[in-house]
Design a protein around this ligand. Structure first.
Ligand code: GDP
Ligand code: MG
Length: 459
């Protein structure tokens, strides 16, 4: 399927006051549309060579005469050397609320159609310039909230993930060919190299699948951020911790227990990973209806968290409710803070041997660096190691399906049961087809609508 043969246009820059706004036009009529509305020195845009730019004005016909709408630079690209592989022109006009819209209106009046979200990138995909993984990387890059997220998106855009999938794809195709060839032999004449070759190829693919699958956790953290929930009894220093990490006074801190009623969420970037840091209402038996609602929300958040930070006031003795609250936490996904160490320590790390604990005096900023180190370790976000692309939710689902199929094939092959060979080959073919949905070798309209519908207009 090639992209539709009409010409589309959209404002590609963000709205609002800015130095420059870019209006992008792509399709067979792009240059003729530029001829109709652009007035500059020298020859008409459609007579100009690719890869050039020219200064001039965009005009519109009003009451029989031409009136200038904006002063622009016009960039000219010719198929196939453009973002979409089609003829493309870009008008760089003035930013702001009105100018870009005036140029877009002139372009649409001259024969273009308004682009749908992501339609330029969709054309780049349909015209074979990039695969679906690279198209998704464009959206990831635009939405990246941290250095690490942008880095991973660039790796994907440059084709690292595509080439890993291609390696798996090739191994499975080779294995399918071997297995299909083996069907031509009666059982007693079957050359052992065919079956062995297939098993080797599939085992190799299985290893690569595992490696890719294991990047899901990191991919999820990079794209959605890690939900880190701060909880504990009233007055132990939860809001002080939020403010300490953010470096400002986001949450109200008072000596009065029960100050924080609703949860407060803020973004905090740690080692390139966005954390969704949530301060919650203190956990206690509350009478007040608003506070009770706040506590219920806190409990729901604790269950959802990627990581919990549970704070004690270590200047006070542990009581039975302190101990029982610990049951809500998985030691793997929780860090205990022993706060207010400046007031003396009645609780010690030895009281929580299965948990990671950090001693702090948040009012003095002590122990915060240790806490950050513990967070990095618990969330497994050390930035050492070579840069690598990471899979997304969509890829995760498909890879899970492929892994299940590959495992079932390996099981059948290990049993050397001739009768099961034909169904195993068809399972292998179906695994290969699923892989093709990741890169876009196989796609349907709803898959493309789903992926490109999430893009912004103009990309
Ligand atoms: N001495 C001491 N006081 C602290 C410390 N951390 C917080 N506080 C104080 O404890 C009180 C309650 O803090 P807050 O952050 O509002 O607790 P929250 O109810 O858990 O959110 C405030 O008066 C803080 O200034 C600390 O490390 N040492
Ligand atoms: Mg508070």
């Amino acid at each position: 399927m090639k992209s539709k043969e009409d010409t589309i246009a959209a404002i590609s820059t963000a709205p609002g006051e800015a130095g420059i706004a870019i209006i992008r036009v792509s399709g067979p009529e792009s240059l003729q549309i530029a001829d109709r509305i652009f007035r500059g020195s020298g020859v008409a845009p459609s007579m100009r060579p690719a890869g050039t730019f020219v200064h001039g004005f965009v005009g519109a016909r009003r009451n029989g005469s031409i009136c200038d709408l904006d002063e622009v630079i016009l960039l000219i690209y010719r198929a196939p050397h453009s973002y979409t592989k089609e003829d493309v022109v870009e008008f760089q006009g003035h930013g702001g609320r009105a100018c870009a819209k005036r140029i877009l209106r002139a372009v649409l009046d001259a024969g273009a159609r308004s682009a749908e979200p992501g339609e330029f990138t969709k054309r780049a995909f349909l015209n074979g310039r990039i695969d679906l993984l690279q198209a998704e990387a464009v959206a990831d890059l635009i939405m990246a909230r941290s250095d690490r997220a942008a880095e991973a998106a660039m790796e994907q855009l440059e084709g690292r993930l595509s080439s890993s999938i291609a390696d798996i794809y090739d191994s499975l195709i080779n294995a399918a060919a071997d297995l299909e060839a083996s069907l031509d032999f009666p059982e007693e004449d079957l050359p052992s190299c065919l079956l062995e070759g297939a098993i080797n190829e599939i085992t190799q693919a299985r290893k690569l699948l595992d490696e890719l699958y294991s990047t899901w956790e990191e991919g999820h953290l990079i794209r959605e951020g890690a939900l880190v929930v701060i909880s504990g009894k009233p007055n132990v220093g939860k809001s002080t911790l939020l403010n300490c990490l953010l470096g400002n006074n986001r949450a109200i801190v008072t000596e009065e227990p029960g100050t924080t009623r609703d949860s407060i969420e803020e973004e905090f970037i740690l080692n390139g990973i966005p954390l969704r840091l949530v301060d919650t209402a203190g956990l206690r038996d509350a009478r007040n209806i608003v506070e009770r609602e706040g506590i219920q929300r806190a409990q729901a958040l604790i269950k959802k968290a990627d990581l919990n930070l549970f704070i004690y006031d270590s200047s006070e003795e542990l009581d039975s409710s302190d101990i029982s609250q610990l049951k809500n936490f998985d030691p793997e996904e929780c860090i205990i803070l022993l706060n207010k160490s400046d007031l003396g320590s009645r609780i010690s790390p030895e009281d929580f041997t299965s948990f990671t604990s950090v001693t702090t005096s948040l009012i003095k900023g002590l122990g915060v660096d240790k806490l950050k180190e513990a967070l990095i370790e618990k969330l497994d976000i050390t930035t050492t190691g070579s840069p690598h692309a990471v899979i997304s939710e969509r890829h995760h689902h498909i890879l899970q399906d492929v892994i299940n199929k590959v495992d079932s094939i390996l099981k059948v092959l290990s049993q050397s049961n001739e009768e099961l060979l034909v169904p195993a080959i068809s399972t292998l073919r179906s695994a290969i087809e699923s892989l093709g949905i990741i890169t876009g070798k196989n796609y349907d309209k709803s898959l493309l609508d789903n992926i490109f519908g999430r893009f912004c207009i103009g990309k």
